[in-house]
Design a protein around this ligand. Sequence first.
Ligand SMILES: [Zn+2]
Length: 321
Amino acid sequence: MEYVISVNKGRFEDIFNNPKVIALFENKPILKPAPIYNSCLECFAISVCQALLACPPFVRYVKEKIAETKLDMHMKSLVAQFAAHSIPAAGSGDWPRVSISKLLNSIPGGFNGKCREDAEDWYRQLSKEFYDETFGQVSAYYKTVCHECGKCREINDKSPRVQLRCPDLEITAANIESMLAVTGNEIVTWEHDGCENTTCRETTRYEFPDVILVSVDTFQDGNRHIGKELEFFPTEDFSPISVNNDEPDIFHLGGVIYFRTFNCFRDESSGHYMARVYHHGNVFLADDNRIYEQNINRPTEPANSVPYFAFYYRQRRAGRF
Ligand SMILES: [Zn+2]
């Protein structure tokens, strides 16, 4: 059967808000980023959406979710638009321009449009409104041990921030692997009763869902920025900080959120967010409605930018999906 999409009724860009149109693209894959038009200071959310839509478990979650809210509907619409823009024969110019203004406004408390927001904060708000209890929840277990008195402290954090610490660059190169090793076993200060020693070892283990936001602390010793030298590889073994650490816990890189800054600090009022995204072995820089394909072996860093956080998704495990 051939489908003809009528554009006579309603505005052209609204055709993807129709559930029947969305259903037409349900089985079509997302192969690349779609250009998203930035209506007004929306780059913080555009970059997050670009990276999330490069994570297949997120896309699957969107498709399988029953649309109950406006946010559900707009997210399904966005996924359908990305699938449409991935169809080579159509040519992206044939499709209505992609905008996420309505999606932004469908989150309670919404975007005021007056100033750029923090991309990581926005993702937290999105996940709170959009994820159910079966998806996207991280849990952290911190265990601190004193080697002097043998005292032990265990803390479980139900909504932790997964933040990778920077290694000592004199000893090792800055990449995710070395950051994972440092983050999993740290020396911390712990003052505890009846003991002189306060320098203790702390192990951090996370229970990871299938899609995770991993923030990278790229300021060594609080001032020296290592962002320029930080390497991201398409696949990482998260077992050094995972509760499943007796076997590899393999995650793929969906995208890295970069913040362009001129003074090395994140100042939302005077910067810009972009995403480097990975789709089916290809890598792209998605800067609002400008999409640049990059060399997978040597992706270039956006000018004047530092990596802020990345989205990873778990490799499919046999029998799990
Ligand atoms: Zn002690």
